[in-house]
Design a protein around this ligand. Sequence first.
Ligand SMILES: *Cc1c(COP(=O)(O)O)cnc(C)c1O
Length: 374
Amino acid sequence: MKTRVPLNDLPAQHRELKGEILARWETILDTGAFVGGEAVETFERDFAEACGAGHCVAVSSGTDALRFILRALGLGEGDEVITVANTFIATAAAITQAGGRAVFVDVEPGTMTLDPARLKAAVTSRTRGILPVQIFGQTADMDAINSFAEKRGLWVVEDACQAHLADYRGRTAGALGTAGAFSFYPAKNLGACGEAGAVTTSDDGLAETIRMFRHQGQSKKNVHEVRGTNGRCDALQAAALSVKLARLPQWNRRRQEIARRYRRQLEGLDGVELPVEGEGRTHVYHQFVIRLQRRDDVAQALHRAGVATAVHYPVPLHRQPPFRHLAPPEGSLAVTERYAGEILSLPVYAEMTDDQVDLVCRELKRATAEVAAG
Ligand SMILES: *Cc1c(COP(=O)(O)O)cnc(C)c1O
């Protein structure tokens, strides 16, 4: 059967915005200001303000954002960063690429975010910081993480790549630690028309260093203060991002509405656990992740019914070849490992219609019953 509900619908998102984006792109084509300039500065100012951060430095991807932050914080050979294994590979890859070593801890049951209770046992004399992932659209328990970090003299870097404008006790993701990394990969809640990312921070020195890193380490023309690279965000992406940023609050509200509609219909469905929202956290539903037994069979049945689903992520990072050597003792990531076999991401995107949500719910009920009976 053809897909009746896709995982996201970027063409639908752009049908509405096309005129506005193309008008801005036309100005850039006419002036030739492709790199840096007003479009980038405008987006940086507006995104910093939206996050409540002192600075936004637009870069070429979320991976670069993470990597630049870690390098700017002086991460060195053998330094350890505590993070989670139920995340996109870039989280741990950035630690490795910055010269550090990822130390994986387990997540809280329910929210699937870094469990602050696991920090104490993971700290060593080499620990430099904590990198919680604001996974699926909600932040970790940041008060607990920050107060632990403060006592130990550690920094806290948010991987906020899935949590644009998620709220934690009245403050916004990206402004809850020393710095935050964002991805604007097209399918994120705020997505570019290509690749882009950003760093948010209220640390002036950190922002300055990262501005140099993305621009060949340059402080002014022909003066290269530090070892940098080309990690800039281009003007076409920044202009498109500005158009979309204006819609982001309304898009996030629609995602939340869809989540409520899912909950109303799926509450109490036998064998299905719905996403758990942590206290004081406002979830922006980058993904709507349920948990269930015989996940792969149910996903297959949904696929046959024309409903797209995904698994974020089927293999925790300590089971991936580049990070296997960093696997902690067997059993210490029990929640992460159990969830990897149970999680299923249902479609959620701002353009999704109520009828599509209802269709997913009907097909999920049918699929779980069918799998249970078979
Ligand atoms: C998307 C994502 C990244 C990487 O972003 P890119 O822009 O693809 O480099 C990092 N961490 C998480 C949790 C992500 O979801």
